[in-house]
Write a protein that binds this ligand. Sequence first.
Ligand SMILES: [Zn+2]
Length: 71
Amino acid sequence: MKRKLLGLLRCPVCKSELDIRQDKSAADAAQDSIESGVLECASCRREYKITDGIAVFIEDKTEKTEKKQGV
Ligand SMILES: [Zn+2]
């Protein structure tokens, strides 16, 4: 995913801007494309994974993860 696209992406739930958190070290940060990492919504705190350069916007997956803890 192109780093430039980050500014265009919005949270599908609340339409706020997304922050990037990258898994890898600073070597990746110098590159123009993002292969893996996590997009975090600044407003509702939902997280969306970037896998193989593709952002995965699956909303209900992030919610279920929290509820599982109580079982
Ligand atoms: Zn959001």
